[in-house]
Write a protein that binds this ligand. Structure first.
Ligand SMILES: [Zn+2]
Length: 348
């Protein structure tokens, strides 16, 4: 491996600088392995951001196994570790562009990493970190793998049933551009947003209902005076109004009913699939919980064939439920989905 022969001096991190409790070497090793398995999947597209993340984790793992101290790396170190040939003075600008891409995908996938670590009953997860420079000439930012204690969550983690699957919240959710300002950070149902949400459902229902009643009134009272062509047009119009009402209002009522549904396509950018719309309870500062509507995507590894399992609507076979179906064998590798425990049992 290229970074075995690193000749550039690296700054060792003082172990006492980390806060009260720090992970044991075994916990660090498990966390780094979990990071590599979760974040650097071999079937993901090989980008420079991914290479940088993998190089940081692999180097940290190697140093750990060799009994060396944790280290921070400068941009020239990282470029060399990731196998990119660049002049040391150009490495900083090269890496800062890549880091901003990496940062975005790190932010998106951190909850999934936490879920994975929680399911593995590990106390810490490993996460790439950039430390800002102290400023001044000759100081550049440093990069390292950090070990972060898993945040506490309410509820206990359920053990995996035999042949079962563990779900994690997963990667890149790109809302359609027109809802991005509303749903990017979740749509909390309080204040005007609550009224907007209720207004959409109730107002929409009143609007569609009113239109249908109006059309029906015209048809029944004017039927004898209208030419048949116009009656046909009115019937067609009524059909379209009913269809549009059903399409736009059904997700609203189903979300209230089921708390989690497949996200309507209109809310997502074209590249996304397997995304859910979830009305989750979120504890707020004053101790009361607020319902937040947000886009999430749960996925897991198929315990039978190892491919990725995405959630789908249960349709007629599993009405009112979301089920996990494996990408490669969607008809046979089917699992239940429990939003609370994040585990599923085989349904076949
Ligand atoms: Zn499968």
């Amino acid at each position: 491996m290229a970074h075995r022969n690193l000749s550039i001096q690296i700054k060792s991190i003082d172990a006492s600088s980390s806060n009260d409790s720090s992970p044991t070497p075994a916990e660090e090793e498990a966390a780094l392995e979990a990071f590599l398995a979760f974040f650097c999947r071999p079937d993901d597209r090989e980008t420079w951001a991914l290479k940088v993340a993998r190089a940081l984790a692999e180097t940290a793992l190697e140093r750990l196994r060799d009994g060396k101290q944790r280290a921070e790396f400068n941009s020239a170190n990282v470029a060399e570790m990731a196998g990119h040939t660049v002049a040391p003075e150009a490495a900083t600008s090269w890496l800062s562009g890549i880091w901003s891409k990496l940062k975005r995908s790190l932010d998106e996938r951190e909850p999934g990493m936490q879920d994975t670590i929680r399911q593995a009953s590990l106390p810490y997860y490993a996460w790439p970190r950039k430390a800002a420079s102290g400023g001044g000439a000759g100081h550049s930012s440093t990069y390292a793998m950090d070990f972060i204690r898993l945040p506490e969550v309410e509820g206990e983690t359920a053990p995996l049933p035999p042949g079962g699957i563990a779900y994690v919240r997963d990667v890149t959710l790109r809302p359609a551009f027109w809802v991005r300002p509303l749903v990017e950070a979740g749509f909390a149902l309080k204040g005007w947003r609550r009224y907007l949400f209720l207004g959409y459902g109730l107002g929409g229902l009143a609007f569609v209902g009113g239109l249908l009643i109006l059309l029906w009134t015209i048809l029944t009272t004017q039927a004898t005076r209208l030419p048949s062509g116009e009656i046909f047009t009115l019937l067609l119009l009524a059909g379209m109004v009913a269809w549009a009402g059903y399409t736009f209002l059904r997700p609203f009522w189903r979300l209230i009913d089921l708390r989690i549904i497949m996200a309507p396509d209109a809310l997502l950018s074209l590249r996304e699939r397997g995304v859910q719309l979830e009305a989750a309870k979120d504890p707020s500062e004053d101790g009361q919980s607020v319902r937040i509507i947000r886009l999430v995507r749960y996925s897991g590894r198929c315990p039978i064939c190892g491919e990725i399992v995405h959630l789908q609507d249960g349709r007629t076979e599993f009405p009112g439920r979301l089920v996990g179906r494996c990408d490669e064998h969607p008809a046979e590798h089917v699992f239940s989905f429990d939003r609370h425990t994040k585990v599923g049992k085989p349904l076949r």
